[in-house]
Unconditional design. Structure first.
Length: 209
């Protein structure tokens, strides 16, 4: 179980807890002024929720992407070609779904994966209305959003693994020193007690390494 107060400003904070029913906590104060407790807050572009789930952040991503999908449909109506429409999607819409993805990608449940993929499916439906999703990906030369995010996660973890100057390198778990010749020898021995900890960026990728 974990409980912590994350301060997002001088007068607001989010209590984060793994406990299913939450906690009744005393009001917090900064000098003589109270600190308002909120259920979620944005930090460096990420929506951090008090239950440590990513639903709020994914909802925010999809809401922002839908606004730009409307612009995509307007460009389609104006007669822009499929190549230019695909470039607009790659430049203005897809980066929204990929921002800081190593933080949350490994901890997403399946239904949130599908919701994020739905952003690109809507875009492909606008650009290639007569094609299926897979056909549209072939026509546009694009990959699935989930595959793109995984590539970004793998690229970052490999950099953390190989570059000792990386700020995250010191967070790597201890290396496996087992001397037995096992069929599937893991490089690291990450320690975790909860599934949420197991699906964090460093732990999850260390298990796969």
């Amino acid at each position: 179980m974990y409980v912590g107060l994350f301060r997002f400003s001088a007068f607001s904070g989010v209590y984060c807890s793994h406990h299913a029913n939450g906690f009744v906590l005393r009001p917090q104060r900064q000098i003589h002024l109270p600190i308002d407790l909120v259920t979620s807050a944005k930090l460096l572009g990420l929506n951090i929720s008090s239950d440590l789930k990513w639903n709020c952040h994914i909802d925010s991503i999809i809401k922002k992407a839908k606004k730009r999908l409307y612009s995509l449909s307007q460009l389609k109506r104006s007669g822009l070609g499929t190549r230019e429409l695909a470039q607009f999607f790659c430049t203005c819409i897809r980066p929204i779904t990929e921002y800081a993805c190593p933080v949350f990608n490994d901890g997403l449940p399946v239904y949130l994966f599908h919701e994020l993929e739905g952003v690109q499916k809507r875009a492909m439906r606008i650009i290639f209305p007569l094609c299926s999703y897979n056909e549209a990906l072939v026509e546009s030369g694009l990959k699935k959003i989930s595959d793109r995010r995984q590539e970004l996660v793998d690229k970052l973890f490999n950099n953390v693994l190989q570059n000792e100057q990386n700020k995250l390198h010191d967070l790597l778990p201890s290396r496996n020193t087992c001397t037995f010749n096992l069929r599937n020898m893991r490089k690291f021995k990450p320690a975790f007690k909860t599934n949420r900890s197991r699906t964090s960026f460093i732990t999850f990728n260390a298990l796969k390494a």
